[in-house]
Design a protein around this ligand. Structure first.
Ligand code: DLZ
Length: 195
């Protein structure tokens, strides 16, 4: 089945700081999604040092991670330093959430947007329904409570095949991570305009 994504808009991302938080469940699907998002951020001019990637065990943990990561980046904005070490999957600036909260030197300002990436694949129990609903509500809540765009990069699919088709793994399929990267830049720029 063909799904039509948004017509892409291209904005200058050179002054933006973007966080990516991704789950580690279903990592073979997660990795190309994160890479796709990161590629589009870089293409838009976001500096590699301004892309901070964090991981959490599963999609359930995404809302709290996004909330804490944003709060930590705000605290850090006055006492900033550069930094970051190798990323869990992709080698971008990363930091342990606990150390961010404790005031480490990774963050150099509040994030303009945070992309939350997870892959939920329906199993035989009700786990999928509970997690999918809670995570989507949780991420929306964090976004509205903080006023920061939280990009919804959570795939909720029925099987591996559907997941692969949305991660660009199947030849000819589209990597939705790219859309999330573009959405993060667009919403960051527009949010500054709407401030
Ligand atoms: C438990 C669970 C299950 C069954 N399925 C997924 C999944 O498809 N994708 C995902 O990201 N996480 C899954 N998890 C783990 C939960 O998100 C969470 O990490 C654990 O329940 C611990 O809180």
């Amino acid at each position: 089945m063909h799904t039509k994504g948004p017509a892409p808009q291209y904005h200058d991302g050179s002054n933006l700081r973007i966080g990516i938080v991704h789950a580690r469940w279903n990592d073979t699907i997660i990795e190309p999604l994160v890479q796709g998002a990161k590629d589009k951020l870089l293409e838009a001019g976001v500096k590699e040092s301004n892309i901070v990637i964090q991981t959490v065990p599963g999609a359930w943990e995404l809302p709290i991670a996004v909330q804490r990561l944003y709060a930590a980046s705000q605290v850090q904005s006055s006492s900033a330093g550069a930094g970051g070490s190798a990323g869990d999957l992709l080698g971008s600036s990363t930091a342990d959430l606990a150390s961010l909260s404790a005031g480490s030197s990774v963050s150099t300002g509040p994030f303009d947007a945070i992309i939350a990436i997870g892959v939920l694949i329906k199993g035989e129990t009700m786990h999928f329904e509970y997690i999918a609903e809670s995570v989507s509500h949780g991420l929306m809540r964090v976004s509205l409570d903080t006023g920061v765009p939280v990009i919804f990069g959570v795939l909720t699919v029925l099987n591996d095949e559907q997941a692969k088709a949305r991660a660009g793994i199947i030849p000819g399929s589209h990597n939705h991570g790219e859309d999330w990267g573009l959405a993060a830049v667009e919403m960051s720029v527009k949010r500054k305009d709407w401030a």
